[in-house]
Ligand binder design. Structure first.
Ligand SMILES: [Zn+2]
Ligand SMILES: [Zn+2]
Ligand SMILES: [Zn+2]
Length: 149
Protein backbone atom coordinates (compact mmCIF):
# COMPACT_ATOMS: atom_id res chain seq x y z
CA UNK A 1 0.00 0.00 0.00
CA UNK A 2 1.40 3.38 -1.03
CA UNK A 3 0.35 6.96 -1.27
CA UNK A 4 -2.80 8.37 0.37
CA UNK A 5 -4.11 4.94 1.42
CA UNK A 6 -0.96 4.15 3.31
CA UNK A 7 -0.69 7.60 4.91
CA UNK A 8 -4.27 7.48 6.03
CA UNK A 9 -3.71 4.08 7.54
CA UNK A 10 -0.62 5.24 9.42
CA UNK A 11 -2.34 8.30 10.86
CA UNK A 12 -5.39 6.31 11.93
CA UNK A 13 -3.23 3.67 13.55
CA UNK A 14 -1.61 6.41 15.62
CA UNK A 15 -4.95 7.89 16.57
CA UNK A 16 -4.82 10.90 14.24
CA UNK A 17 -7.56 11.99 11.87
CA UNK A 18 -7.15 12.11 8.11
CA UNK A 19 -7.81 15.72 7.18
CA UNK A 20 -7.63 17.81 4.01
CA UNK A 21 -4.53 19.79 5.10
CA UNK A 22 -2.72 16.60 6.09
CA UNK A 23 -3.44 15.04 2.77
CA UNK A 24 -2.54 18.19 0.78
CA UNK A 25 0.80 18.57 2.57
CA UNK A 26 1.74 14.91 2.14
CA UNK A 27 0.81 15.03 -1.53
CA UNK A 28 2.86 18.15 -2.10
CA UNK A 29 5.96 16.88 -0.32
CA UNK A 30 5.80 13.39 -1.79
CA UNK A 31 5.83 14.85 -5.30
CA UNK A 32 8.97 16.94 -4.86
CA UNK A 33 12.53 16.04 -3.93
CA UNK A 34 12.96 19.55 -2.50
CA UNK A 35 13.19 20.42 1.16
CA UNK A 36 10.49 23.00 1.76
CA UNK A 37 10.02 25.44 4.62
CA UNK A 38 6.60 25.88 6.23
CA UNK A 39 6.21 29.20 4.38
CA UNK A 40 6.99 27.55 1.04
CA UNK A 41 4.47 24.80 1.75
CA UNK A 42 1.91 27.45 2.62
CA UNK A 43 2.84 29.40 -0.53
CA UNK A 44 2.22 26.47 -2.84
CA UNK A 45 -0.97 25.29 -1.16
CA UNK A 46 -2.95 28.36 -0.25
CA UNK A 47 -4.22 29.03 -3.76
CA UNK A 48 -5.85 25.62 -4.06
CA UNK A 49 -6.71 25.48 -0.33
CA UNK A 50 -7.82 29.03 0.55
CA UNK A 51 -8.94 28.00 4.03
CA UNK A 52 -5.50 26.75 4.96
CA UNK A 53 -3.61 29.12 7.27
CA UNK A 54 0.08 29.28 8.05
CA UNK A 55 -0.50 28.18 11.65
CA UNK A 56 -2.25 25.04 10.46
CA UNK A 57 0.65 24.38 8.09
CA UNK A 58 3.14 24.61 10.97
CA UNK A 59 1.04 22.39 13.20
CA UNK A 60 0.38 19.85 10.47
CA UNK A 61 4.04 19.63 9.53
CA UNK A 62 5.05 18.97 13.14
CA UNK A 63 2.34 16.37 13.55
CA UNK A 64 3.46 14.57 10.38
CA UNK A 65 7.07 14.60 11.65
CA UNK A 66 5.93 13.01 14.94
CA UNK A 67 3.99 10.40 12.95
CA UNK A 68 7.14 9.55 11.03
CA UNK A 69 5.82 10.62 7.64
CA UNK A 70 8.11 13.62 7.21
CA UNK A 71 11.70 14.46 8.10
CA UNK A 72 12.41 17.81 9.68
CA UNK A 73 15.76 19.38 8.88
CA UNK A 74 16.92 22.16 11.14
CA UNK A 75 20.05 24.18 11.17
CA UNK A 76 21.27 27.04 13.35
CA UNK A 77 18.75 29.84 13.58
CA UNK A 78 17.31 29.33 10.07
CA UNK A 79 13.86 28.08 9.21
CA UNK A 80 13.26 24.34 9.47
CA UNK A 81 12.73 22.48 6.24
CA UNK A 82 10.64 19.43 5.64
CA UNK A 83 10.88 16.52 3.27
CA UNK A 84 8.78 13.48 2.64
CA UNK A 85 10.14 10.47 4.44
CA UNK A 86 10.32 7.67 1.96
CA UNK A 87 10.57 4.07 3.03
CA UNK A 88 11.91 3.30 -0.41
CA UNK A 89 15.52 2.00 -0.52
CA UNK A 90 16.07 3.77 -3.82
CA UNK A 91 15.39 7.24 -2.51
CA UNK A 92 17.12 6.76 0.86
CA UNK A 93 19.73 9.47 1.32
CA UNK A 94 21.66 11.35 3.94
CA UNK A 95 22.18 15.10 4.31
CA UNK A 96 24.91 17.70 4.41
CA UNK A 97 23.50 20.94 5.79
CA UNK A 98 25.22 24.32 5.61
CA UNK A 99 24.62 26.10 8.91
CA UNK A 100 25.20 29.50 7.36
CA UNK A 101 23.06 29.61 4.18
CA UNK A 102 20.88 26.60 4.90
CA UNK A 103 21.78 24.78 1.72
CA UNK A 104 20.90 21.10 1.95
CA UNK A 105 22.72 18.49 -0.10
CA UNK A 106 21.16 15.06 -0.45
CA UNK A 107 23.78 12.45 -1.09
CA UNK A 108 23.61 8.78 -1.84
CA UNK A 109 27.13 8.00 -3.04
CA UNK A 110 28.54 7.02 0.38
CA UNK A 111 25.32 5.72 1.75
CA UNK A 112 26.18 2.04 1.09
CA UNK A 113 29.34 2.21 3.20
CA UNK A 114 27.61 4.20 5.90
CA UNK A 115 24.75 1.74 5.88
CA UNK A 116 27.07 -1.07 6.94
CA UNK A 117 28.39 0.99 9.80
CA UNK A 118 24.92 2.15 10.77
CA UNK A 119 23.68 -1.46 10.69
CA UNK A 120 26.38 -2.43 13.21
CA UNK A 121 25.50 0.48 15.46
CA UNK A 122 21.78 -0.31 15.19
CA UNK A 123 22.41 -3.95 16.12
CA UNK A 124 24.33 -3.06 19.26
CA UNK A 125 21.85 -0.36 20.25
CA UNK A 126 19.01 -2.82 19.73
CA UNK A 127 20.74 -5.33 22.00
CA UNK A 128 21.73 -2.85 24.65
CA UNK A 129 18.38 -1.10 24.93
CA UNK A 130 16.02 -3.84 23.74
CA UNK A 131 14.90 -1.37 21.12
CA UNK A 132 13.58 -2.31 17.69
CA UNK A 133 15.07 0.17 15.23
CA UNK A 134 13.10 0.81 12.04
CA UNK A 135 14.84 3.74 10.48
CA UNK A 136 17.48 6.40 10.92
CA UNK A 137 18.06 9.92 9.77
CA UNK A 138 21.63 11.11 9.24
CA UNK A 139 22.71 14.69 8.75
CA UNK A 140 26.07 16.41 8.94
CA UNK A 141 26.16 20.10 9.79
CA UNK A 142 28.86 22.46 8.59
CA UNK A 143 29.74 25.06 5.97
CA UNK A 144 29.30 24.73 2.20
CA UNK A 145 32.14 25.71 -0.18
CA UNK A 146 30.60 29.17 -0.86
CA UNK A 147 30.17 29.97 2.82
CA UNK A 148 33.69 28.79 3.63
CA UNK A 149 34.76 31.60 1.31
ZN1 LIG B 1 26.41 27.79 2.73
ZN1 LIG C 1 16.74 15.13 1.65
ZN1 LIG D 1 20.84 5.84 5.83
Amino acid sequence: MRGPGQWQHRLRRQGARWTVPRRAILELLSRTSKHLSAKEVYGSLHRTNPGLGLTTVYRTLDLLVRMGLLNKLSFGSGESRYEFRSTDEETHHHHLICMQCGKIIDYTDFVDEEQELVKKIEDSLAKKHGFKINDHHIEFLGLCPECRG
